[in-house]
Design a protein around this ligand. Structure first.
Ligand SMILES: *Cc1c(COP(=O)(O)O)cnc(C)c1O
Length: 379
């Protein structure tokens, strides 16, 4: 009997993973539709539309001179700067190739096949992906008003549960939990279960709403808070994020991570970005203003949207794959979210003012052309 090909020997739990589908790259749409990339508007991946600020660009250019050298595998300078900023010791910080890497590292260090994790319906899809890649299983807890139902998530914890994932604000719904409710949840979770609190969009919250969760790590040793430079800091292309956790947990993540998981340009850029608080403040303002413009546009079309605490918003358009295609044909890329169990919705990242206007004009044309959409999607 002929032996099976190598792919058939991959674990069943790997073969059954549905690949991550990201926002369509600008160059790909340009090729497919024969468009000039410069005319394409991408509002599909919650990127900061401003690009990195001048000080960060300078830091990247300076660091580029030393690209023959390996990066500092311990991220000394950045960890010390983060530690000072966050009031923790450097050995409680783990740097990642994006915060996605930190999420992966937690599953790598803590999940064995058959273990269990908990996340919410409509939560960031990397939680099930990272869990299943370890042969672990998960419970997707039904959402409440599109957001996390923390009581139900607490109740879903079993003796096999090792990790609970909470995104705050959540992507793609933009829902947000008040910090007091999150801390009460962390307190209610058994000490032998890690709570991974993903705060990729924390900087977009108004300062009065911003989470203090990093400070809770001192009294909750089973809490990991992850943050990123990809969103408000505008560095998605460089891939850098970090987790804050008890030093004993950080030590385990550091054992399984690649020795040089964060490249030198990313470390230099993040160090400069950390100091540029004005850039983040301006990005927050731009986002807030752009959000109001998008909401007004949705209201004009009598479309339902979910009030969002991130730099993106979910809008219900009915036949979302059709509207998505019609937007693509006009050179506007947004994000379909059927894979999040939201087949009637599209997720729109807040862009620059002219990008928001381009999107709204394209949306108006798409809705006009899809006569059945209006009736299907009205509130
Ligand atoms: C974008 C995002 C991340 C990860 O982004 P990185 O670029 O890997 O840092 C993590 N969590 C949520 C909820 C996100 O939307």
């Amino acid at each position: 009997m002929a032996a099976a090909d190598a792919p058939a020997h991959a674990p069943e739990y790997v073969r059954s993973i549905a690949p991550y589908v990201g926002g369509k790259p600008i160059e790909e749409l340009a090729r497919e539709m024969n468009l000039d990339p410069a005319t394409i508007v991408k509002l599909a991946s919650n990127e900061n539309p401003r690009g990195p600020g001048p000080r960060v660009r300078e830091a990247i250019a300076a660091a580029a001179r030393d690209l023959n050298r390996y990066p500092d595998g311990n991220g000394h300078a950045l960890k010390h700067a983060l530690a000072a900023r966050l009031g923790h010791s450097p050995d409680s910080i783990v740097l990642g190739n994006g915060s996605n890497d930190v999420l992966e590292l937690v599953t790598q260090a803590f999940l064995r096949p058959g273990d269990h994790a908990v996340w919410s319906q409509h939560a960031f899809i990397v939680y099930p992906l990272a869990t299943r890649a370890r042969g672990a299983i998960g419970t997707e807890v039904p959402a409440k008003d599109y957001g996390h139902d923390l009581d139900a998530m607490r109740a879903a914890i079993t003796p096999r549960t090792r990790i609970v994932f909470v995104a705050n604000p959540n992507n793609p719904t933009g829902t947000w939990l008040a910090p007091a409710a999150v801390e009460a949840f962390v307190d209610a979770v058994p000490r032998d279960v890690l709570v991974v609190l993903d705060e990729a969009y924390n900087e977009f919250l108004e300062p009065s709403e911003q989470s203090d969760a990093v400070a809770w790590v001192g009294r909750h040793r089973h809490l990991i808070v992850s943050r990123t430079f990809s969103k408000a800091h505008g560095l998605a292309g460089l891939r850098i994020g970090f987790g804050v956790m008890d030093a004993s947990v950080a030590d385990l993540l550091n054992r399984v991570r690649q020795p040089f998981n964060v490249n030198s340009l990313a470390q230099a850029a993040a160090l400069a970005a950390l100091d540029d608080t004005a850039y983040v403040d301006e990005s927050r303002r731009l986002n807030r203003d752009g959000m109001r413009v998008l909401e007004a546009g949705f209201a004009r079309h009598r479309l339902r949207w979910l009030p969002s605490h991130g730099n993106f918003v979910l809008v219900r358009v009915g036949d979302a794959s059709r509207v998505y295609q019609m937007l693509l044909a006009q050179g506007v890329i947004v994000r379909p979210v059927a894979n999040y169990g939201l087949p009637e919705w599209l997720r729109i990242t807040v862009g620059l003012p002219r990008e928001n206007e381009r999107f709204l004009a394209a949306l108006a044309r798409a809705l006009d052309a899809t006569a059945d959409v209006g009736s299907g999607a009205n509130r």
